[in-house]
Each structure stands twice: as C-alpha cells, then as structure tokens.
Design a protein around this ligand. Structure first.
Ligand code: CP
Ligand code: NVA
Length: 314
C-alpha cells in the first residue's frame, strides 16, 4: 500500500484514511516480526531524531512505549512532566510548539483539553501525535486494531462491542471501527453515551466501509460479539466523580455474564490501567481470550510505525 503520511499529524483516528490505517498496521506487524533485526541493524531508521513527550497527566504505557520505541528505532525521547513546562500556565501552547519545533523532529502530547493538541499541531512545524486527550486516544486504538487483527485475522465485518463510559477511548474506537469496517456497539448507562457528534461522524465514516454504529444502554447487545472492550468508569480528571460513577456503572462491566453472551472466541480488550472488580473482573481479564497485555505491547509497535510514517522513514 503506497501511502505517504510524511509531515502529517495523528490527533484523531479520523486523521488517517482506511488505507493509511491499514498501511500503518502493516508496518507495525513488520516491526514486531523483526524486533531482533532492528536491534541488530546498524542503520537505525530514526538515528539522530528526537521525540518530545509532553504530559499533563500520568502514564505508564504511553511514556514507556514511546520512550522504548524511540530507543529501538535509534532515536531519543525527552520526557516533559506536567510540572516541567506547565503547558498553558508558564508559556502559551503556541510558543511551546514553535520552540519545540526548533529542537525536535516530532512531538507527542498527553493533555486534558483536545484543543491543546489541535493548537500544538497548528503552530508546530513537526508532526504532533495525540497521546490521549479528554476526547480521543488514537495511539491506543491503533494498538487495539493490530491486536484484534492478530487474534482474529481480520477487522472488516467483525462485531466490536464497548461496555462502559462513552469516553475518549470509546470515541477513538468508534472512529477506528468505522474506518476499518468493523460493526461497533457502545453499551453505556444513559447519560454516559459517546458524544452525539462522534456518533454522527462515525456513522458517516462507517457508511463508506459497511460498518454499522450502534449506541444502547442494553447489555444484551453484547450477544455474539467478536470483541468486547472496556475502560475505567472515571477517566483521568474525573476523580471527584469516581464514587458516584461506581453506582451508576455497576452493571456496565466485562464479566462471566458478558462472556456468556459474546461469541466463544471473543477477544477481551482493556486499554489499562484496570480497576479490577469494577469495569472488569480479574478472572475474566486472565482468560485465554483476553489480549490486554498484547494491547499494551502493541502500543509500542504501532506507535513506532506511526512515527516512521510521519517522519517519512517507513
Ligand atoms: N492505556 C494507556 O494509555 O496507558 P497509560 O495511561 O499508562 O499511558
Ligand atoms: N479513559 C481513560 C484512559 C486511560 C488510558 C482516561 O482518560 O483516563
């Protein structure tokens, strides 16, 4: 697939077309298969390249997978903690983007407001990757699509189901499913659905690939699912709502009951971190159908693929 993503940004799963997503997944698969070869290779593809990683929120996977990934590709990553640059307080987003663009080759940012990654991308002269905003988490969904592909051998025509809060992960998953032709059902308590605008855009994108988008509060909608996915009930920044949400979300979880409804070969996904006993029970998370740690590993391979493509080195 001859796609050219050089100089582009990844802020949303919608930023890449179907072919572009599939090309990135192909590159990620090749990187994963050749891990040893990359380590042994003297001509490292991102030698002398630097990634700046801006964090307004905590992280395990995003930080470590980007930093390790950059090392494997021969480049260097700089971690900028929330207090290091105090985005929006010490300096404007525009100035941060302009200054970083004079030093580094690519920027990844984990932020609260999605407008911050949009603003970074507007001013930066280097590619910007959204490492999670309150609205989307595209890096996660790239890894999830690779994981489902590994387990099921295809994406198109599968029945994907998300149970829980209609949050950033749910939004990106809906967009990603629409792009790759996977039917998608978001099962959420009333009032916690994915944003209406997201559903409308995903429906449109899905119409082009044959993917049907559904939003419901009915847990029975997980019947026959090829993939079930969940995420925390209260996201970063919603800590004060956590107790109240426990009551509202108590049935919106992946457990034995869900697995009885789903297809017997259903893949279980969770972006992690998990709150065992809430959105997923521990035993279910450890079933052979569970791919939650493959997802975590695949963050690195898919992000490496994204960086290679955005830097024109794929
Ligand atoms: N899934 C994910 O983004 O994990 P971190 O918050 O640990 O980066
Ligand atoms: N929805 C979660 C995802 C964490 C990776 C959050 O935003 O905190």
């Amino acid at each position: 697939m001859g796609v050219n993503l050089k100089g582009r940004h990844l802020l949303s799963m919608l930023d890449f077309s179907t072919d572009e997503i599939l090309a990135v997944l192909d590159t990620a698969r090749a990187l994963k298969a050749k891990r040893g070869a990359i380590e042994a290779c003297s001509k490292l593809p991102l030698k002398d390249k630097t990634l700046a990683m801006i964090f307004q929120k905590p992280s395990l996977r995003t930080r470590v997978s980007f930093e390790t990934g950059m090392t494997l590709l021969g480049g260097h990553a700089i971690y900028l903690a929330p207090t290091d640059i105090s985005l929006g307080k010490r300096e404007t987003t525009e100035d941060i983007a302009l200054v970083l663009s004079r030093y580094v080759d690519i920027i990844m940012a984990r932020v609260f407001g999605h407008n911050i990654v949009v603003d970074l991308a507007k001013s930066a002269t280097v590619p910007v990757i959204n490492g999670l905003s309150d609205y989307e988490h595209p890096c996660q969904i790239m890894a999830d699509l690779l994981t489902v592909m590994e387990r099921k051998g295809r994406l198109k025509g599968l029945k994907g189901c998300y149970i829980g809060d209609g949050n950033n992960v749910c939004h990106s998953l809906m967009f990603g499913a629409a792009r790759v032709g996977m039917h998608f059902t978001a099962i959420t308590p009333e009032g916690y659905e994915p944003q209406r605008e997201v559903v409308q855009i995903a429906e449109k994108a899905g119409a082009a690939t044959g993917a049907k988008m559904t939003v419901t509060s009915d847990l029975q909608a997980a019947r026959g699912a090829d993939m079930v996915y969940t995420d925390v009930w209260a996201s970063m920044g919603q800590e004060s709502e956590a107790e109240a949400r426990k009551k509202i979300f108590k049935d919106y979880r992946i457990d034995e009951k869900t697995m009885k409804l789903a297809d017997k070969d259903c893949v279980i996904l969770h972006c992690l971190p998990a709150h065992y006993g809430d959105e997923i029970d521990y035993a279910t998370s450890r079933l052979p159908n569970s791919a939650i740690f493959d997802q975590a590993e695949n963050r690195m391979w898919t992000q490496n693929a994204v960086m290679l493509h955005l830097l024109g080195a794929a």
